[in-house]
Design a protein around this ligand. Sequence first.
Ligand SMILES: C[S@@+](CC[C@H](N)C(=O)[O-])C[C@H]1O[C@@H](n2cnc3c(N)ncnc32)[C@H](O)[C@@H]1O
Length: 304
Amino acid sequence: MIQSTEFFWWKFELVFPPDVEESFLWFLNMAGIKSYAIERSPDNLQDQTLMVWLPSHEWLKKDREEFENSLLALNKAFREDVLNTKWEKIIDEDWSSSWKKFWKADPVGSKILILPSWLELPDIYSNRIVIKLDPGSAFGTGSHPTTRLCLEDLERNPPLGKKVVDIGCGSGVLGIAAIKLGAKEVRAIDIDSLAVRATSENIVLNNLSQKQLSVSLGSIENLANQLNPLSADLLICNTLSPVIKELAPYFFKLTHSYSRLCLSGLLVAQVEDITNFLSILGWELIDSYSSDNWALIRLCRNHP
Ligand SMILES: C[S@@+](CC[C@H](N)C(=O)[O-])C[C@H]1O[C@@H](n2cnc3c(N)ncnc32)[C@H](O)[C@@H]1O
């Protein structure tokens, strides 16, 4: 039995270059770590600091050493030099408020504002479409380039009156944006129960109804195998390239002849490979956009 006085958080910090972020986030996901924050340089080009908060009773000395060694080995694979790491004991502090201080109201594109739920709307952004977010422990603060690419794409191609499916919804940010930009209905799904909880909470925060935006736990096959799968006009999926490849065979089942796919989470270098892969499954590239080495692609069906 753990006494409350014995409990504390380990805050671990690691500085890393932006081009290896995908690998580090993938590693954290694999290690089951969902509570982290990243402090980025304003231009997203300099080294950034990853912070994770680990409960002391689950992360004993050997676990922390193993974790740090695996991260450093990953880092070495990309760079010759080993970057500094730091462990800090955080006593009497709730991790969920520790990372909140790294968040600000964040304008995206020309119309959207991501507003952390604990902040007031700054006057200068009062004419923007506000998406209130409390990400809980789920990915999707809107600050990651892959999420921004999706939000900008929704802004460029507002889904007016459309039915949308959001696979891997994280905090629900994309589904909420889709509704606020005119979508009729969004079905969101995620394999992570924390993401489903965060999305449910963010639906309420943004005064949306379950009819507008519904969320469920599972993967694409759960949606596709439902008695009445939604025939989506737009399918959004922001996750990594290997996951998109796994999900792709289900895209036809959830869409119709004139549907569009909006896929993000890809590295620019992966676009050609994934486009060729999707072409075999009946999807044709319409557009691609990139930011900081990340890419988003839009596709339509190349046959009915
Ligand atoms: C990069 S995050 C994107 C979150 C949010 N959509 C955004 O754009 O910020 C990817 C999300 O996909 C979820 N995910 C990964 N594999 C999945 C799968 N096979 N089916 C559904 N969700 C999945 C993860 O749990 C995570 O929440």
